[in-house]
Design a protein around this ligand. Structure first.
Ligand SMILES: [Zn+2]
Length: 189
């Protein structure tokens, strides 16, 4: 899969900048959120599947949160069940904005698969013509999708950190347990 698969390279002929930056302004937090989204959009956001490509023998591409599927960007944004509640909360306003501002049936027609949803979330400019969105709506949609991407990223990282800490605690406990066991056995002998 090309790392620029989701970036609409046709956008920007008449426009000055991509809306992913236009809707951000000067706010540092929003710039940080946009940077996360741009990393996802350009394929530089590292997930297990990418790490596996570089280290095939040592890194398993399976998602470290749900352990059910290979973790690629589609899995993070549309599928991982561990991120379900954040996904639902932040995706509802995106769907609502598109549904309320496009002809009836548009959502079902255009966004009936994970790839199309991922495309909408990462670079909605590919659907500008089909949706008939003007600049104001594009910027609104871009703001909502920026928050969506960042929330999933933030939740993913927090859970991974917790899981790593738990693994360390368990490993330490096992080492201690082995020491106690050998001490007790030594005392008995
Ligand atoms: Zn998962």
């Amino acid at each position: 899969m090309s790392s620029l698969k989701f970036l609409n390279l046709n956008f920007g002929i008449a426009e000055s900048t991509h809306p992913v930056w236009d809707s951000v302004g000067q706010n540092m937090i929003e710039i940080r959120k946009a940077t996360t989204k741009v990393r996802m959009l350009t394929g530089s956001y590292m997930v297990q599947a990418d790490k596996h490509k570089f280290n095939q023998y040592t890194i398993d591409p399976t998602c470290l949160l749900c352990h059910r599927e290979i973790e690629d960007i589609l899995h993070v944004l549309t599928t991982c069940p561990v991120l379900d509640s954040e996904r639902k909360e932040y995706f509802t306003p995106i769907k609502q904005l598109v549904t309320e501002n496009s002809p009836p049936g548009t959502w079902k027609l255009l966004f009936n698969n994970k790839l199309a949803v991922t495309q909408l979330v990462l670079d909605c400019t590919k659907y500008i013509k089909q949706l008939g969105f003007k600049e104001e709506l594009i910027l609104k949609l871009d703001t909502l999708t920026r928050h969506f991407c960042f929330k999933l990223h933030y939740q993913r990282l927090s859970l991974l950190k917790k899981a790593r800490r738990l693994t360390i605690v368990i490993k330490n406990w096992m080492v201690k347990h082995r020491q106690w066991k050998s001490e007790i056995l030594d005392n008995i002998r």
